[in-house]
Write a protein that binds this ligand. Structure first.
Ligand SMILES: Nc1nc2c(ncn2[C@@H]2O[C@H](COP(=O)(O)OP(=O)(O)OP(=O)(O)O)[C@@H](O)[C@H]2O)c(=O)[nH]1
Length: 442
């Protein structure tokens, strides 16, 4: 915002004649040849000064090309002055008249040094008014407005907080997202802007960020304008004062609710059997593994049951694949109704199902009841009733001694034994009892 003097002259340099001019107004450029004006214009565009004053000599009384050039975009607002040399030319009055008519801001007549001093004095007063604190404030205000307009055009909610945790700025997207007015946000803390549970999370994150003094990315819930909680990813960074101390933080919010829901749904689908809606084998291995680890910590004995439909191939062959599907769903419903809420039930093969559960008593009771259950509840297909028979192998295990695989192997041995003994029955193995393959239960 330093006032500048652009001097264009083919006469003896007026700046040299008037050091006061040079002293108070920093030279921006000095050109001795009016033909270099185009170069001046280019420099002006490359690095426009805040304010500029031009002192012009109108060479050979031909001001038109010069003035046309001065009206080029970006230059036409600059005040300019005519330098009238005291060189004895006869048409001084005419020159002056032409300059006024062309829009000269003033005339510096070398023949009247006192008038030049007055003009320069006025020039300085104006220069100071244009480049002083008020002008700087105007400039800052207009920059702030430009910044705010840019922020308001961004779709992501953006906020700025000072070191005391007060919001000092935010964009329109932030207000829209929270459903608040500017007055409800600016100058307030997170506790006045967000529900208490979320506000505590944000305040702790703010504290950590200011302590570390760099950047921060974290996920948290945010209450949306409609009152619902949304999943949001915060990207925040500290800004510093002139001494390099953290002075506050600027943050942006990215709503990832839909992305998280999609991920959750994909994870669910990846672990779900399409026909029955039960865990598939992959999900069963994960869930059962976690259950065994938990049980291991508690010293809780566990059981793993394997159920397999007897002669299921025959059902398919005689009644069709759709009837076979219906039988698998029927089995699913019957077993699920018998299990406890925290038992893990999965379809681990075509006609093979697995259950992981706590406690040998519950396992023994199920092993006894399930084969009978299917006798009592045949599958109804229209007018027809299809008998549904299953074999069941159960392994009682101590989780500290078993993985899911080894528990499955034990249950498989028991299932094999049930099939071998004639099907439609249960065999229970206590992996720690001396006689591993116990008697059939069903
Ligand atoms: N309907 C239907 N059948 C399936 C599905 N998945 C596998 N199967 C069939 O299930 C049958 C399983 O047959 P096997 O493994 O021979 O067993 P099984 O006939 O029950 O004989 P045992 O187990 O020894 O009593 C095969 O015919 C598969 O084609 C399915 O999703 N739907």
């Amino acid at each position: 915002m330093t006032p500048c003097l652009f001097l264009l002259s083919d006469h003896a340099c007026p700046a040299l004649l008037h050091p006061q001019l040079v002293w108070h107004l920093r030279w921006r450029d000095l050109l001795a040849n009016p033909e270099l004006l185009s170069e001046l214009v280019q420099r002006w565009h490359a690095q426009p000064p805040g304010e500029a004053f031009w002192v012009l000599d109108l060479p050979d009384n031909q001001p038109a090309p010069l003035l046309d050039a001065l009206r080029a975009p970006g230059l036409d607002l600059s005040p300019w002055l005519l330098w009238l040399p005291n060189d004895g030319q006869p048409d001084r009055e005419a020159q002056m008249a032409r300059a006024w008519a062309a829009g000269a801001w003033d005339v510096l007549d070398e023949a009247e040094p006192q008038a030049i001093t007055r003009t320069l004095h006025r020039l300085l007063i104006q220069a100071r008014a244009q480049s002083g604190p008020a002008a700087r404030l105007r400039h800052l205000r207009s920059e702030l407005q430009a910044l705010r307009a840019s922020l308001d055009n961004l779709p992501a909610p953006i906020f700025i907080k000072n070191a005391a945790g007060l919001y000092t700025e935010c964009n329109q997207a932030f207000l829209d997202y929270l459903g608040l007015t500017r007055e409800q946000v600016i100058g307030r803390t997170v506790y006045e802007v967000a529900p208490p549970a979320q506000a505590a999370t944000y305040a702790e994150a703010d504290r950590q960020l200011l302590a570390v003094g760099t950047r921060q990315i974290y996920e948290a819930q945010v209450r949306w304008a409609d009152g619902n909680l949304r999943e949001v990813m915060f990207h925040k960074a500290v800004y510093r004062d002139e001494f390099g101390r953290p002075a506050g933080q600027a943050g942006a919010m990215f709503d990832i609710t839909e992305r998280r829901q999609l991920e959750h749904r994909l994870r669910h689908l990846a672990g779900t059997d399409v026909l029955t809606g039960l865990h598939n084998r992959r999900s069963f291995i994960e869930q059962a593994g976690q259950r065994l680890r938990d049980a291991c910590q508690r010293g809780q004995p566990m059981a793993l049951l394997l159920l397999d439909v007897d002669h299921f191939k025959q059902v398919n062959d005689e009644h069709g694949h759709a009837a076979g599907d219906a039988m698998l769903c029927h089995l699913t419903q019957l077993v699920r109704a018998t299990l406890r809420a925290d038992d893990i039930f999965a379809r681990v093969g075509g006609d093979e199902f697995a259950v992981v559960l706590d406690g040998p008593e519950h396992a023994a009771s199920l092993a006894q009841r399930l084969p009978l259950l299917f006798d009592e509840h045949p599958l109804k297909l229209g007018e027809r009733q299809l008998p549904c028979r299953i074999s069941l192998g159960a392994a009682l295990i101590r989780p500290e001694l078993h993985t899911v695989d080894s528990a499955l192997n034990q249950a498989d041995l028991a299932l094999y034994e049930a099939k071998r003994q004639g099907r439609n029955r249960a065999v229970l193995i206590d992996t720690h009892a001396a006689d591993d393959a116990g008697p059939p239960l069903g």
